[in-house]
Design a protein. Structure first.
Length: 161
């Protein structure tokens, strides 16, 4: 990447070039052709050396940029039909995340599973689902266990609150 230091060097080089050109125009007149040619050759040599240094610096910086991994990482495209399961500990404590548009389809599949299996719900261990949000659900047993642990941990509040 081109750094501030490189920009300063580049600007200084251009300023130097302009200063030399002004010097040649203002102080060298036609009577001193011999001296003017010598000065011109010296200035040309200095400018060539400066250009080489600058071009090497610029090439080095561009090579550094080229070697860097500048590809944009692509976002994962989630197929909303694929359900994601997150285990939260014990057996059956599974949270499902899915696209909210699939909720009617999932509820239909759950009723079919309950009819086939004869269990009270389609969640693991025949448990029923509790909808946490429009896109997530958890087995009733897991949320009930969470509430019991919370009750044990948190003291009751003052009466009337």
């Amino acid at each position: 990447m081109i750094r501030c230091r490189d920009v300063v060097i580049l600007c200084a080089s251009f300023s130097f070039t302009i200063a030399v050109a002004c010097f040649m125009i203002l102080y060298i007149n036609d009577n001193q052709c011999q001296n003017a040619l010598e000065i011109e050759k010296i200035v040309e040599k200095i400018l060539i050396e400066r250009d080489l240094q600058l071009s090497k610096t610029v090439e080095r910086n561009f090579d550094a940029i080229k070697d860097e991994d500048v590809e944009r990482s692509k976002r994962a495209i989630n197929d909303y039909r694929v359900q994601k399961h997150v285990n939260t500990g014990g057996e059956g404590s599974v949270v499902e995340f899915f696209n909210p548009r699939l909720r009617p389809e999932l509820e239909k599949n759950d009723t079919e599973i309950m009819k086939k299996s004869g269990l009270k719900g389609a969640a693991p261990k025949g448990d029923s689902w509790v909808w946490l949000t429009s896109y997530s659900r958890i087995p009733f047993e897991a949320i009930e266990g969470f509430c019991k642990k919370t009750k044990e941990y948190c003291p009751p509040g003052p009466a009337g609150s």
